[in-house]
Design a protein around this ligand. Structure first.
Ligand code: DGJ
Length: 369
């Protein structure tokens, strides 16, 4: 009798164990465009995001989109919907699938309408990098006025990846400096001369840290018409004055930069507010260029709309060879808090060709063992 009971218990225990393993396997999928819950069961709220990899942990930072979506009078002409700013969220994960909410690491300011972090402003595309020399976590982000005329970059620091971050301020980069390779004719151009005085307009942005620890700021400048790359100081807190105009007149936003086998890749979108458009891709042997523009890497249905999404970051998956994830936002411009995440594996072919295909669901095994 005792033996039968213990056999039944063993069978029960094993089947419970198996079913819990199967559940884990089931949840270990990335499902682009579906609702993605954190480990507390809440929607992941980290849009226009970026990833920090620190101590074998992934930290996902993004714009918190909460509350009502509305179109302020100043943005009616171009249909610029918004939500009031609530902060920058941080989530942590060991496996890129299960995300633990670490809090609002850059809360807004409610009592000073002049402050960059006031609810009425724009705080977008936060990117966090770790500075090994100062041991500080440095967050750069797009800071703007409600009508997007401020076009600046803000910076904040923290001693911990999970914050809180202390806001330092915002700037238009490189006032008083001419870009590399500027011609004497270009210097006479009214807009370039004005930007020389006031600093460069800077909206959508990303930060890329190279293998030698040097950090670069890529941002949409000159009213989003031309991309800039600018070198950051050793502490990553300011610009050195060395910068260059890239993709002149190609109107790109949502930059994401990664490096593979010594080559630099630049991904972006066109400029159509929250609406999707074809993804842009470029490759270079030197980060300062020349950059060669390639075709839209997306393949298949909705490829011309980047699978109804817009780039935000490319994640280098730890421990994988050629393992990179294209990270994008599927914006819901009428209800921004219901915007979703499109994460897809990047494939590399002959002659550095890059392609991105749709998957209803996929897991990291796609990158091989
Ligand atoms: C497109 C940008 O990529 C987004 O970050 C955001 O600024 C929207 N425009 C606002 O319409």
């Amino acid at each position: 009798m005792k033996t039968i009971l213990s056999q039944v218990c063993t069978i029960l225990f094993v089947s419970l164990l198996l079913s819990s393993c199967m559940e884990t396997k089931e949840s270990a999928k990335i499902m682009p465009g579906e609702i993605w819950l954190d480990t507390d069961g809440n929607f992941i709220n980290a849009h226009g995001g970026g990833m920090l990899i620190y101590n074998n942990t992934y930290y996902w930072y993004g714009e918190m989109k909460s509350g009502e979506t509305y179109t302020p009078e100043c943005n009616k002409e171009w249909g610029g919907t918004r939500v009031d700013v609530t902060g920058v969220s941080c989530y942590s994960s060991k496996d890129l699938i299960n995300w633990q909410y670490e809090g609002n690491v850059l809360p807004v300011v409610t009592d000073n309408p002049g402050h960059d972090l006031h609810t009425s402003k724009v705080v977008e595309r936060p990117k966090v990098v770790y500075n090994a020399k100062t041991k500080k976590f440095v967050m750069w982000m797009h800071i703007d006025s409600m009508d997007y005329s401020k076009a600046s970059s803000g910076v904040a620091t923290s001693d911990s990846p999970t914050g809180p971050f202390t806001y330092i301020g915002s700037t238009r980069p490189n006032a008083g400096f001419w870009p590399l390779d500027v011609s004497e004719d270009d210097k006479k151009d009214g807009n370039l001369a004005e930007d020389f005085e006031t600093g460069q307009m800077a909206r959508d942005m990303t930060i890329f840290v190279d293998d030698d620890g040097k950090a670069y700021h890529f941002y949409s400048s000159e009213n989003n018409v031309t991309q800039h790359i600018a070198e950051l100081s050793d502490d990553y807190l300011s610009h050195t004055g060395k910068y260059k105009r890239l993709f002149i007149d190609r109107s790109m936003e949502a930059a994401a930069v990664f490096k593979r086998e010594g080559k630099y890749y630049f991904m972006a979108s066109g400029c159509t507010a929250w609406d999707p458009n074809p993804a842009r891709l470029a490759v270079a042997e030197n980060i300062w260029g020349p950059w060669e523009e390639l075709d839209n890497p997306c393949v298949g249905e909705n490829a011309e709309l980047t699978f109804i999404s817009q780039s935000t970051y490319v994640i280098p998956v730890q421990g994988g060879k050629d393992a990179f994830i294209f990270m994008a936002d599927r914006w819901n411009k009428d209800d921004l808090k219901d915007s979703r995440y499109i994460w897809l594996p990047i494939e590399f072919g002959d002659k550095d060709s890059v392609s991105i295909k749709w998957h209803d669901e996929w897991d990291l095994d796609i990158f091989g063992e």
